[in-house]
Design a protein around this ligand. Structure first.
Ligand SMILES: [Zn+2]
Length: 180
């Protein structure tokens, strides 16, 4: 661990913040995951800036546009801000391997590295919550603690959970307080 550097909390979007239901790009289809605001409140109280990292390959596929995603993320950020638990950054990859190869799409590590760098954060003190193996792989590569919600046997992780709510219960007990 690096002295004087704090950790951050990285969040996947679909399946962690909102219900996974195919491509979500309209606020009307947005449903908050149970327990996500408990996690946000705990992270904020314990001094962890929160950053969202999400693959939005639907942009490359032409299903929706970057402006749609950005409008949706503005609503999402407003929801967190209203809870008193602001999201400091949202990074999304607009690409899809059927259309172009990129460095930002998970499981690539680029957006994770960018989040750590912009927050001046220590990977070893940071946590990632995701519901796909591709969320876990970059976290594991960078030494970020990988919290996996799901059951896929190929997933690599540090801890596995059946629900976002169960992640909250674990964090309540295990998330170090770096607020002072
Ligand atoms: Zn990309």
């Amino acid at each position: 661990m690096e002295a004087n550097k704090r950790g951050i909390l990285l969040l996947d979007r679909d399946g962690v913040i909102n219900r996974e239901q195919g491509y979500v790009w309209q606020w009307a289809n947005w449903q908050w995951e149970e327990g996500i605001f408990d996690i946000a409140t705990l992270a904020t109280k314990r001094g962890y800036p929160m950053v969202v990292i999400t693959n939005q390959g639907g942009i490359a596929k032409g299903l929706y546009h970057a402006v749609d995603v950005e409008a949706l993320h503005a609503e999402m950020k407003a929801g967190f801000a209203d809870n008193g638990t602001p999201i400091v950054d949202v990074f999304y990859c607009p690409h899809h391997p059927e259309h172009q190869i990129c460095l930002c799409r998970k499981p690539n590590t680029l957006l994770f590295q960018r989040a750590l760098a912009q927050q001046g954060a220590d990977a070893a003190r940071s946590f990632m919550i995701g519901d796909q193996p591709r969320d876990m792989l970059p976290a594991k590569r960078l030494g970020i603690k990988a919290l996996y919600v799901g059951h896929k046997p190929e997933a690599m992780y540090d801890h596995r959970f059946d629900s976002v709510k169960a992640v909250y219960q674990w964090l309540e007990e295990h998330l170090p307080d770096q607020s002072r």
